[in-house]
Design a protein around this ligand. Structure first.
Ligand code: ADP
Length: 309
């Protein structure tokens, strides 16, 4: 298979006086789930539309396997996309919808049953889409994206509004698609939605690149040297552990997170003062914490995300 890297090269798009995408460059590699993150209005959908040839960049290029979408020999067998499910006809049955899509796209009609099975909708194949839950509609949308068995998948906010079971399913499914060697780009306005899913992150704000980073490295760095301590004597522990180069933060009803002391030091100090504790563990940062640390004073992401809620 040819190299199915996705690439944004200096992408720029303006709507009237509003710059939606402002000189964006990044690469999305095969075999991984890449999260495309930024607050609402950051320019994610505009970027994805440009990649899919649905919007024309004012400058720069969006490339799929080295070519613009319009120059792909077999677009549907190259890239599948989930943008929104609004176009679903409520009276049409799931299987018929996919067979119709396949037929009109010049793909084998038998692919409909294959993709229904892949997304776990076989038992609902004869149900009308109008009666589908949001989770089922998302599965049907993903099934449609997979009709051409494409090596590249682009999904815009697939988790938005789903229940925990639906979120769990999408996470596992995206990971399995990536493990087959596919290039998977998934957008979200919430960092927490990509926890345990994304291997790599491309973070944007106001149309610009804020971070392009491996998730494992990011979490290791953010977790670095901090220790979480469980104690019912929180106040006493804080007093005993306090020091010039030590930072102690309250992170739960009976948990503290300590930076600047080794676990041996913590145990010794608590022991010497008879402060009881039940658990001591290396702190594992969440994606959201890591992001805050990464961007430091760039409050834009959080501020923007708050402002639009
Ligand atoms: P995101 O997907 O990150 O929420 P969008 O790409 O949808 O961001 O939007 C980026 C900016 O571009 C926003 O300010 C939005 O209002 C504007 N925008 C997006 N699409 C259009 C359009 N078709 N016409 C005018 N403005 C648009």
């Amino acid at each position: 298979m040819t190299d199915m890297t996705l690439e944004a090269r200096g992408l720029r798009k303006r709507y009237g006086g509003n710059v939606a995408v402002d000189g964006l460059s990044f690469r999305v590699e095969p075999g991984k789930v890449t999260g495309f993150v930024g607050p609402n209005g950051a320019g994610k959908s505009t970027t994805l539309r440009m990649m899919l040839g649905l919007d024309r960049p004012d400058a720069g290029q969006a490339l799929i396997g080295g070519r613009p979408y319009a120059e792909l020999a077999e677009p549907l067998a190259t890239v599948g996309a989930l943008l929104d499910c609004e176009s679903l006809h409520p009276g049409r049955r799931a299987r018929d919808h996919l067979r119709w899509l396949a037929h009109y796209s010049g793909l084998p009609v038998r692919r409909a049953d294959v993709v229904l099975d892949l997304v776990g909708l076989t038992s609902a194949a004869r149900k009308r889409a109008g009666g589908f839950s949001l989770g089922m509609r998302q599965r049907l949308g993903i099934a449609a994206a997979l009709l051409g068995d494409p090596p590249v998948l682009i999904l815009d906010e697939p988790v938005n509004g789903l229940d925990p079971e639906g979120i769990q399913w999408i996470r596992g499914f995206l990971k399995s698609l990536a493990s087959q060697g596919r290039t998977v780009l998934v957008s979200s306005h919430l960092m927490s939605e990509l926890q345990d899913t994304a291997d790599h992150l491309v973070v944007i704000g106001r149309g610009r690149l804020l971070a392009d980073t491996d998730v494992g490295e990011l979490l290791d760095e953010a977790s670095g040297g901090r220790i979480t301590l469980r104690t019912t004597q929180r106040a006493e522990a804080m007093t005993v552990l306090a020091g010039d180069d030590v930072a102690v933060a309250v992170t739960g009803a009976d948990t503290l997170t300590v930076a600047g002391l080794s676990s041996e030091d913590i145990v010794a100090r608590l022991g010497a003062h008879g402060v009881a504790f039940s658990e001591l563990a290396r702190h594992r940062a969440t994606l959201e914490e890591a992001y805050m640390e990464l961007t430091g004073s760039v409050g834009e992401f959080t501020a923007g995300a708050e402002a639009v809620r």
